[in-house]
Design a protein around this ligand. Sequence first.
Ligand code: NAP
Length: 295
Amino acid sequence: MAEQPLFNRVAFIGIGLIGSSMARVMRRDKLAGSIVACARRQETLDACLKLGIADEVTSDYALAVKNADLVVIASPISTNKAIAKAIAPHLKAGAIITDVGSVKQAVIAAIAPHLPANVHFVPAHPLAGTEYSGPEAGFAELFEGRWCILTPVPGGDAAAVAKVTEFWRKAGSKIETMQADHHDKVLAITSHLPHLIAFTIVGTADDLAEDLKQEVIQYSATGFRDFTRIAASDPVMWRDIFMNNRDATLEVLQRFTEDLTALQRAIRRGDGESLEKLFARTRAIRRSVIDAKQA
Ligand code: NAP
């Protein structure tokens, strides 16, 4: 007898890079009996059918979540509150609702209060991505060897958490569980600040005089190029991250600004020893990232 899929019916609300990669994993490993994709634009829905990652498509939230036993909210964070309100009256009793938002406290606050008591919310954040967007950009291997952080809500249903965990294991992820506020602090330093620095550097280069700007592009392989890849990330997604992880980002930004000022002073004073000490420390950190297979 054929094995039962993990979920009978899965609905994706938003199906871009992350949602479509999850749908591809579900297709590959036969984890979903059927998949319905929901997005605003017809071209997104057409792409899902063409790629074979959804059996049905709709722009109607109520229709999308009807009878779904897993609902994945994978749209920009700023849309989550309105989506939670719209789907709430139509959710099947016992359904599991999960999300993939890059910020957890604000997303939980946007979604949880609107859900009925007879469904189970399991917030999650896969630490995987590229600078590309949309359903065509996804691929099933995106999550392999990457962390997925679960931030269960108080009193959350253990069986629902176990099912979402099972999905992420099948996707090849390593699973960690954290409090939402801790998640937001960790991500502020590991992801949000580095992106902010990249956006700033590339913006500064773009503001340079025209002749210098040309040369920055020409000689970009000397370091600038790596920042341009990060700075090419989706503008809406990153706007939402900074608008929704304000406190933690401002705190690490303050620390960073102080450290940058200290470096500025070392350079001005000709204090090569301090510079070398810092660079030796940071080189060792790179080695530990490689050892942790996160390079
Ligand atoms: P994406 O590729 O831009 O996809 C977003 C999807 O949401 C599209 O299908 C879009 O289609 C749909 N959408 C937008 N507004 C909507 C609305 N009001 N109702 C329904 N669907 C809507 O974005 P992504 O990179 O997959 O990111 C999605 C989520 O994953 C974000 O919350 C982000 O924080 C999180 N995340 C992203 C990454 C990353 O590196 N990209 C990593 C981890 C987590 P239409 O435009 O046709 O509506």
